[in-house]
Design a protein around this ligand. Structure first.
Ligand SMILES: *[C@@H]1O[C@H](CO)[C@@H](O)[C@H](O)[C@H]1NC(C)=O
Ligand SMILES: *[C@@H]1O[C@H](CO)[C@@H](O)[C@H](O)[C@H]1NC(C)=O
Ligand SMILES: *[C@@H]1O[C@H](CO)[C@@H](O)[C@H](O)[C@H]1NC(C)=O
Ligand SMILES: *[C@@H]1O[C@H](CO)[C@@H](O)[C@H](O)[C@H]1NC(C)=O
Ligand SMILES: *[C@@H]1O[C@H](CO)[C@@H](O)[C@H](O)[C@H]1NC(C)=O
Ligand SMILES: *[C@@H]1O[C@H](CO)[C@@H](O)[C@H](O)[C@H]1NC(C)=O
Length: 708
């Protein structure tokens, strides 16, 4: 076996930092050696024996990454070092960290810190060359879960170390810093309907000191008592000052308090909410682990759920501990917010006009179904609460989504400075999550944060974003189905010129196997997240969020990357075919403008002969040739590439074969969106409040009173 070694040669220039010429050399078999000072071929200097570590680095290209300060994730890639060795000259300063990874990934093989001066550095031995990649399938069984579940009573449960009693589920669970409270075994206390309701109202006052999950749990119990009293009196109790039946509040609080506690809960919930994806041979559960174990996943760009992040501290972690619908209603500005509406399982499919599409003059027919509209927050709360008391068979679902932090974490609500209580909450959340974000590859800052509030039944179909994402829940549990980046052959992305660009054409809840046979080979992952967990969703990972269990609210933080970050297809091999497809589509759009879609559809249907199609075919072949040349400059260019003809056919088959079929009789290239399929907003009060979008480029397309 051949190991990498790294030597810093004595070649320095005085500068802000110092320039160091780093030499990568290949050493003999059996050990990894690290040298300080001039290289003498690998025999002198400090060396570290690494017997017994699996190593498959033979002929593997590496990348050298700069992390900046020791606590940060990798921020700049100094490019690949080929398997034959090579040199890199870099600027270093004391206190900085570097790592060596497999090219195209962020998996650290070796990490070194510049210590007292640039002549000295220390190698972190726990990240030794050849460390095996952790297997996400071999999640250690949670032994604590079994012990807690066997407890017969609350008293017995709270005596078991590490266990806690949930007043909501009335069950014993492994102690969770957020959702369980040992001191809350049901006690016998008496009161009248009125006193229980008043107690609940007091405990739910967001301005009272100590307001947080503990007081909300106590409020929930008071409402339970009130409902018991009321049922004996045949009344529907209404919470004083809030003018809403207590059953509505209980439903809102249960969605907050009924968190996912452990791996066993997550496994059960996932099993009972799976769709057709059960036809796949294997769906991997995303690793759930403690913060310390999760950090390497974040640095490597792999999804992970952190289960122990939120201590029972409402001030430090206000979103999971304090936020309820009533709390937000009290503090949100009076401005207008974005909401999507549609029916179950199609609510809510995201769409927006794309540059490439605008430049080409809308080359695809599009009739959106999901209605994106603007409403006041209080109006939205009324909509949610009205749904909760209605018995409509197929109620329209509503999904609130609006930015609450702008670049670098500046709290902004409804386009204005955030109201003081929310400003404080958002600042605390940012402070808590930033150290996690800093572990992300090439992290340069928080791009923005979005608040999502949706009803049970909402599904956001499979799509991907380019930014790394930290996701936390305020209430309710979401099911997430994930797919690794790329996978074009299994996931059939919409063309970039289509308003659903970035989404998969496959309906993963109910795949059409005749159109998307490749989906059977998709590599899928899944997880369920609830209040108290932090979900790291790396950029470019496909995701479908669903809420089959109850209403939910979440907050997510997207990051932006350092300008030094290498382009994603360079550092992630899985995204290289995307680069080809994007390039092919761009070439066709720039030549054929608003006939791009028609042209590609004709080629996909196997038509040829016409001058226009011959030209398009040539353009696609030329694009493949350009891409091949680029691929050869990259590390791990891979096994022999398929033929140009095969790549062109695959592009047409995967991305263009079925898209144009959605055209309606009157459509021709250049015709804009047809809004006739847009769902009408109900009830009439909502249409009256709704504000229509005026900008053509807006990411919402509300016509409010459609159909007239
Ligand atoms: C770095 O060191 C190598 C090996 O000694 C040498 O060939 C190369 O010229 C050096 N590069 C620079 C920029 O000094
Ligand atoms: C070595 O790396 C591991 C894993 O990243 C980390 O937990 C540990 O703190 C590091 N040790 C030092 C001395 O930096
Ligand atoms: C895309 O469109 C937006 C808004 O019209 C514009 O600001 C931006 O410069 C465009 N980007 C490119 C790459 O053309
Ligand atoms: C996906 O299929 C399900 C089940 O047939 C259906 O209810 C849903 O509307 C489909 N989703 C979309 C986005 O068309
Ligand atoms: C497309 O171009 C390639 C290479 O020039 C050629 O082999 C193929 O027959 C052409 N296909 C059509 C449909 O024109
Ligand atoms: C919009 O699409 C529908 C069918 O989806 C079609 O009947 C109607 O004619 C279209 N409207 C326009 C203005 O093209």
């Amino acid at each position: 076996m051949v190991f990498w070694a790294l030597a810093i040669l004595a070649l320095f220039f005085p500068a802000v930092g110092q320039l160091v010429n780093i030499t990568f050399v290949q050493l003999g078999s059996g050990r990894a050696s690290v040298q300080n000072g001039p290289s003498h071929g690998g025999e002198d200097g400090a060396s570290m024996e690494t017997s017994g570590v699996r190593n498959d680095l033979k002929a593997v290209d590496c990348s050298l990454l700069w992390h900046g300060p020791i606590d940060s994730g990798p921020r700049a890639d100094f490019g690949p070092v080929p398997a034959q060795g090579g040199q890199k000259v870099l600027e270093v300063v004391v206190g900085h960290r570097f790592s060596v990874t497999r090219a195209g990934s962020l998996e650290p093989l070796l990490q070194f810190d510049i210590t007292s001066d640039v002549h000295h550095y220390s190698i972190n031995e726990s990240i030794a060359v050849g460390r095996p990649v952790p297997d996400p399938d071999s999640a250690e069984p949670s032994s604590c879960a079994a012990d807690c579940r066997s407890a017969a009573s609350c008293d017995q449960c709270v005596q078991l170390t590490g266990c806690g009693w949930s007043v909501v589920r009335q069950q014993c669970f492994p102690g969770h810093p957020f959702a369980t409270e040992n001191s809350e075994c049901p006690e016998t206390k008496s009161g009248t309907l009125q006193t229980w309701l008043e107690e609940a109202a007091t405990l739910m006052d967001p301005e009272a000191s100590g307001f947080g999950s503990a007081s909300l749990r106590a409020a929930y119990r008071a409402l339970q008592h009130a409902n018991l009293q009321a049922s004996s009196e045949g009344a529907d109790p209404v919470v004083p000052t809030m003018d809403v039946p207590s059953s509505v509040f209980m439903a809102e609080l249960a969605a907050k308090l009924d968190a996912v506690f452990d791996d066993a809960d997550a496994t059960e919930l996932l099993a009972k909410s799976r769709h057709e994806i059960k036809t796949h041979r294997k769906v991997t559960m995303v690793k759930r682990c403690k913060l310390s174990d999760a950090l390497p996943y974040i640095s490597r760009g792999e999804p992970v759920v952190i289960t122990d992040f939120f201590r029972d501290d409402p001030e430090t972690h206000p979103v999971p501990h304090k936020w309820t619908l009533e709390y937000l209603k009290r503090f949100m500005h009076r401005g207008f917010y974005n909401v999507a509406a549609d029916f179950k399982s199609v609510c809510c499919q995201y769409y927006e006009p794309r540059n490439i599409s605008a430049q080409a003059g809308y080359p695809y027919p599009f009739n959106p179904r999901t209605h994106l509209y603007r409403d006041r927050f209080s109006g939205f709360v009324d909509t949610l609460r009205a749904k909760r008391t209605s018995d409509q068979k197929e109620p329209m679902l509503h999904y609130f989504h609006d930015v609450v932090m702008e670049r670098d974490g500046k709290p902004v609500v409804a386009g204005q400075a955030a109201p003081p209580p929310l400003d404080a909450d958002l600042a605390a959340t940012l402070a808590a999550l930033r150290p996690l974000a800093q572990r992300q590859a090439f992290f340069a800052g928080v791009a923005n944060a979005k608040l999502w509030i949706g009803q049970r039944g909402v599904t956001m179909p499979l799509h991907y974003d380019s930014a790394d994402n930290l996701y936390i829940m305020a209430w309710g549990r979401k099911r997430v189905t994930l797919a690794e980046p790329g996978q074009l052959r299994a996931l059939y992305p919409f063309p970039n010129g289509h308003p659903h660009a970035g989404s998969s054409q496959v309906n993963i809840s109910h795949p059409d196997w005749s159109k998307h046979p490749g989906f059977v080979d998709a590599t899928l992952w899944e997880t369920v997240i609830g209040p108290g967990g932090v979900f790291f969703l790396p950029g470019h990972w496909w995701h479908q969020f669903e809420q089959p269990f109850e209403d939910t609210a979440s907050l997510n933080l997207w990051s932006y990357e350092s300008p030094q970050a290498p382009p994603i297809p360079v550092r992630d091999e899985r995204m290289r075919l995307n680069a080809l497809h994007d390039y092919m589509e761009k070439q066709i759009s720039s030549i054929f403008k608003n006939k791009a879609g028609m042209t590609l559809a004709s080629l996909a249907a196997g038509r040829g002969g016409k001058k226009r199609l011959t030209q398009a075919n040539e353009t696609l072949h030329q694009a493949v040739e350009t891409w091949r040349k680029w691929m050869l400059t990259l590390p791990n260019a891979g096994t022999p590439l398929p033929s140009a003809e095969a790549l062109v056919q695959e592009f047409l088959e995967l991305r263009h074969k079925h898209v144009m079929k959605e055209r309606w009789p009157g459509w021709s290239p250049g015709v804009e969106w047809n809004m006739s399929a847009l769902v009408a907003l109900e009830p009439p009060e909502l249409r009256a409040r709704c504000v229509a979008s005026t900008e053509k480029t807006a990411t919402y397309a509300s016509v409010c009173n459609w159909p007239a």
